[in-house]
Design a protein around this ligand. Structure first.
Ligand code: ADP
Length: 726
C-alpha cells in the first residue's frame, strides 16, 4: 500500500473515532464551572434535555438558588455587583502551591519565578537555579499585602485611565457603560495626546500611528482566525498531537484539497455503505452563517463563483449535538488574550448560548437546507418566526451559559468535566494560533519602532456533542459586543432594542478586561485594589494560562519553530523568509550534511515555497511563510530522526537548533567580553523563546525599562526584534 493510502486510512480511522475519545488530560476537573440557577419562578424542565446515557435521577450537584440578575441599563452601575462575579464562585482554595507563574521561557532553568502560596496570599519571588534549586529572593515579605497597600495609595492619587473610544463601533455602548462603572475617562472623539487604552471595533489598524498605550486588537488576528488559516493552524497541531487536538472537526481547504476530499469520501463509502456523513461548507472570511450550506456528496460542492474558485473550508458536520428543548444550540465564550509573551489567557465565566428555532433532526437529504434547524447563528434565527426574545437569562433563543449549565447539572451532567474540557480546548486553540500571530506582530511593530502593547477579546463558538464533548466551530476575532438585539417591531420592520442578557454578559467582559489592562495595576492581585468603594464585583474573567502551564506547555512546539523563523527573517516588517535567509538558517543550525546537501536545501526551499505560494490567496510577499517553514522543518525532522513519532522528531530537531544557536551566542559573548570596544551583545531571548519580563509591561514602561536594560545588554538589532516581539 502506498504512503498516500496508508495516510488516508489513518485519516478515516480518525474520522470514525472523532469525538469518541474522551479528553485524556487537561485541566483538573476541580475547576469550578460557572453555574447560575434560574429565578425561583422558573423551574427547569430536566426531562427535555437530551443526553446520551445519562439519568436525571442521579444528580448530585447542588446549584446556587435565586439569582435573578436581569436589570435595566440605567441601573447597571449600581446593581452590577451581581454580574458575572458574584454568582460564579471562584476556584476552591486548597492544597499548597496554586501556580508557578513563570515569567520566562518555561522550558529553561535559571529564570525568575513567582510562586503563589495557596491559601496564604503569599508570593515567593525567586530564581530557579540550573541545579534545580529554588532560591527565594524575598522570603519573608507578604508581597500581595504590600502590593495591595501600594495599589490603594496609587488608586487614590492616580489620574483616571484614559480610553479612546472613537473607533469602538458596535462595542461603543458596552464600552461606555464599562468606562462609567470604572470611573475612567472616555475620549469619544479621540485625543490629540496619547490615551492609555485604544478600543478598536475591527482591527489593530483602526487607528494608525499609535506609538504607546494599549490597543484591544493584535495585528494579524483577523487574518489568523479566518476559517482557512484557523483550520491550517489547528491541523498542524493535529499532525503533532492528534489526540490533544481531536476537538476540531476534520476539515479540508477548498479549492486546493478538493481531490483529497472527494477521494476520502469515496473510500469511506466504499468501506462501509451504511456510513453517510454530512459536511458543512463555510466560505473563508464569512460570518453570521453567510454562504454556509450542508452537503452529503462532494459533487454538491459549489466550487466556483463565476470563473473564480471559491475559498472555503469543508468540514465534517457534527450530526449528534446535545439538545435542549429538542433544539440545537452553541456556546459563545469570551476569551481574553491579555498578553502574547508571556502568554496570558483569561476565560469569562459567563457566556451566551444561541439556540436554533426549529427542532433538530439528524441531517437527511430532506432537511439539509433547514437553516433554523442546523445553524445556531443568532443573525439567522432572529428572522425565524419562532425566535423567542426574552429578558430572562434562562429562556428564549439566547441564554446565558450558566443557565444552560445549571440545567445540565440538574440533569446529572458532570459540568465540571465539561467546563474543564472547554478550558483545555481554549488553551490549545490559542496555542495553535500564537506562532503565526508572533510573525504578524513583529512585522507590524518591529523592534526599535515605538508601538503599543496589545490584548484582545476573542469569541469562541463551541458546540457540545451529545456525549458532552466540546467541539470548536470557530473563533471570532471581533465577537459582537452589541448590547441591543434586533426585534421586529412591526411586520418586516426591525429595530434595535436593549437586550438585558447581552448587557449582563458583555459589559462584564469589557469592564473586567479594562480592569485587567489598567496600566497602573499590572498584577491581578492589584486589580482587587481598584474596588475602592466596594462598587465593583469580583472579576468575571479567570486566568487559565499560565495557571495551567504545566498541562499545556509541551504543546508549544510550533511556537519554538516560529521563534527560529523570526530570528532569520531579514528586513523589518517582513513575514517571509528568502532563499538566502533559509540557507543561513540551515548553516547556522548545522542541518546540512552529506545526505542533505545545500543543493537539496535549495530544492526543498523552492519546492515548498512554490506550493505554498499557490495555495495562499493573499500572498503579497515572495518567499517562505511560517506555515511553509513549519512544513520544511517537519520534513527535515523526519529525515533526521526517522524512528521517532513526528512530535518527538520535531522536538529533537528544535533542541538541536536551539543548542547550536545557544553555543554561537556563547562564542559571541566570549568575543565581545574580550574586545575592549565591546560589540553589541546578543541576548538569548530570540533563540530560546525566552520571555523578557519587560515585554508584558505597557509600551512606555517597556521602552523606558528597556533603555535601562540596554545599558547592560547592548542589544543587537536582531535580538531587539525578539524582545519587542516576544
Ligand atoms: P459563521 O462564522 O458563518 O457563523 P460558523 O463556523 O460559526 O460560521 O458556523 C455557523 C453555524 O453552523 C454554527 O453556529 C453552528 O451552528 C453550525 N456549524 C458550524 N460548523 C459545524 C459543524 N462542524 N458541525 C455542526 N454544526 C456546525
Amino acid at each position: 500500500m502506498s504512503d498516500h493510502y496508508v495516510k488516508v486510512k489513518v485519516q478515516l480511522e480518525q474520522m470514525k473515532s472523532f469525538g469518541e475519545n474522551a479528553e485524556k488530560e487537561g485541566v483538573p476537573t476541580e475547576e469550578q464551572a460557572p453555574v447560575s440557577s434560574p429565578p425561583a419562578s422558573l423551574s427547569p424542565d430536566p426531562s427535555s434535555i437530551t443526553i446520551a446515557g445519562r439519568d436525571a435521577s442521579d444528580t448530585s450537584i447542588t446549584c446556587k438558588q435565586g439569582l435573578n440578575r436581569v436589570k435595566s441599563r440605567s441601573k447597571a452601575g449600581k446593581e452590577d455587583k451581581n454580574s458575572c462575579g458574584k454568582h460564579i464562585s471562584d476556584l476552591p482554595l486548597h492544597g499548597n502551591v496554586v501556580s508557578a507563574h513563570v515569567g520566562k521561557n518555561l522550558n529553561r532553568l535559571g529564570h525568575d519565578r513567582t510562586l503563589h502560596i495557596k491559601g496564604t496570599g503569599r508570593i515567593l519571588q525567586g530564581k530557579l537555579e540550573t541545579n534545580g534549586n529554588y532560591v527565594t529572593v524575598h522570603p519573608s515579605k507578604n508581597i500581595q499585602d504590600a502590593r495591595r497597600e501600594e495599589g490603594f495609595k496609587l488608586a487614590r492619587k492616580r489620574r483616571p485611565v484614559t480610553v479612546d473610544s472613537s473607533k469602538a463601533k458596535t462595542s461603543l455602548e458596552a464600552l461606555k457603560l464599562s468606562i462609567k462603572q470604572l470611573k475612567w475617562k472616555e475620549f469619544p472623539l479621540g485625543r490629540r495626546t496619547a490615551c492609555d487604552i485604544y478600543w478598536h471595533g475591527v482591527s489593530f489598524h483602526d487607528n494608525e500611528n499609535i506609538v504607546s498605550g494599549q490597543v484591544n486588537k493584535f495585528p494579524g488576528m483577523i487574518e489568523m482566525l479566518r476559517k482557512i488559516n484557523l483550520s491550517r493552524a489547528v491541523r498542524t497541531m493535529q499532525d503533532l498531537f492528534p489526540e490533544e487536538y481531536d476537538f476540531y472537526p476534520r476539515s479540508w481547504i477548498l479549492p486546493e484539497e478538493y481531490q483529497q476530499f472527494s477521494t476520502q469520501m469515496r473510500m469511506v463509502k466504499e468501506n462501509d455503505a451504511t456510513v453517510n456523513p454530512t459536511f458543512i461548507v463555510k466560505p473563508d472570511g464569512g460570518s453570521q452563517g453567510d454562504g454556509i450550506y450542508l452537503i452529503r456528496d462532494p459533487s454538491d460542492l459549489k466550487v466556483m463563483v463565476g470563473s473564480q474558485a471559491k475559498q472555503a473550508v469543508v468540514q465534517e458536520y457534527i450530526q449528534k449535538p446535545l439538545l435542549i428543548d429538542k433544539l440545537k444550540f452553541d456556546i459563545r465564550l469570551y476569551v481574553l488574550v491579555k498578553s502574547m509573551e508571556p502568554l496570558e489567557i483569561y476565560i469569562a465565566k459567563e457566556g451566551l448560548t444561541r439556540f436554533c428555532t426549529e427542532p433538530y433532526q439528524e441531517p437527511s437529504q430532506k432537511n439539509l437546507s433547514h437553516v433554523f434547524m442546523h445553524l445556531t447563528n443568532y443573525s439567522l434565527n432572529v428572522h425565524s418566526g419562532n425566535f423567542v426574545h426574552s429578558d430572562s437569562q434562562n429562556t428564549g433563543s439566547k441564554r446565558t451559559l450558566s443557565s444552560v449549565l445549571y440545567r445540565l447539572a440538574a440533569k446529572g451532567v458532570d459540568i465540571k468535566k465539561v467546563w474543564s474540557d472547554i478550558i483545555a480546548l481554549v488553551i490549545k486553540t490559542v496555542i495553535a494560533v500564537v506562532p503565526e500571530l508572533k510573525v504578524y506582530y513583529q512585522a507590524d511593530i518591529p523592534p526599535g519602532k515605538p508601538g503599543p502593547t496589545c490584548f484582545q477579546i476573542l469569541g469562541f463558538d463551541i458546540l457540545l456533542m451529545k456525549n458532552l464533548k466540546p467541539v470548536l466551530l470557530e473563533v471570532n476575532s471581533n465577537p459582537s459586543m452589541r448590547i441591543e438585539h434586533e426585534q421586529e417591531v412591526a411586520p418586516g420592520v426591525f429595530e434595535y432594542v436593549p437586550s438585558p442578557v447581552d448587557e449582563e454578559v458583555k459589559v462584564g467582559v469589557i469592564r473586567d478586561t479594562l480592569r485587567l489592562m489598567d496600566p497602573s495595576h499590572w498584577t491581578s492581585s492589584a486589580v482587587e485594589c481598584q474596588d475602592e468603594g466596594g462598587a465593583l464585583p469580583s472579576l468575571c474573567l479567570k486566568q487559565v494560562y499560565p495557571k495551567y502551564t504545566k498541562q499545556f506547555n509541551y504543546l508549544r512546539l510550533v511556537e519554538r519553530i516560529a521563534v527560529l523563523f523570526i530570528r532569520f527573517l531579514g528586513v523589518k516588517g517582513n513575514m517571509r523568509l528568502g532563499p538566502t535567509a533559509f540557507r543561513t538558517f540551515i548553516r547556522t543550525c548545522k542541518l546540512s550534511n552529506s545526505n542533505f546537501t545545500m543543493a537539496s536545501v535549495d530544492i526543498l526551499y523552492i519546492d515548498i515555497t512554490r506550493r505554498w505560494s499557490g495555495s495562499m490567496s493573499d500572498s503579497r510577499e515572495a518567499g517562505m511563510g511560517l506555515q511553509a517553514f513549519v512544513e520544511a522543518f517537519f520534513y527535515m525532522a523526519g529525515r533526521r530522526f526517522k524512528s521517532l513519532v513526528l512530535k518527538d522528531q520535531v522536538w529533537s530537531l528544535l533542541e538541536q537548533c536551539e543548542a547550536q544557536l545557544e553555543s554561537q551566542l556563547g562564542v559571541e559573548d566570549r568575543r565581545s567580553a574580550s574586545c575592549s570596544r565591546a560589540l553589541p551583545r546578543a541576548i538569548k531571548t530570540q533563540t530560546l523563546g525566552l520571555a523578557n519580563p519587560l515585554l508584558s509591561s505597557p509600551a512606555p514602561l517597556r521602552r523606558a525599562a528597556s533603555q535601562d536594560y540596554r545599558l547592560h545588554q547592548r542589544l543587537k538589532p536582531r535580538t531587539l526584534r525578539a524582545n519587542v516581539e516576544n
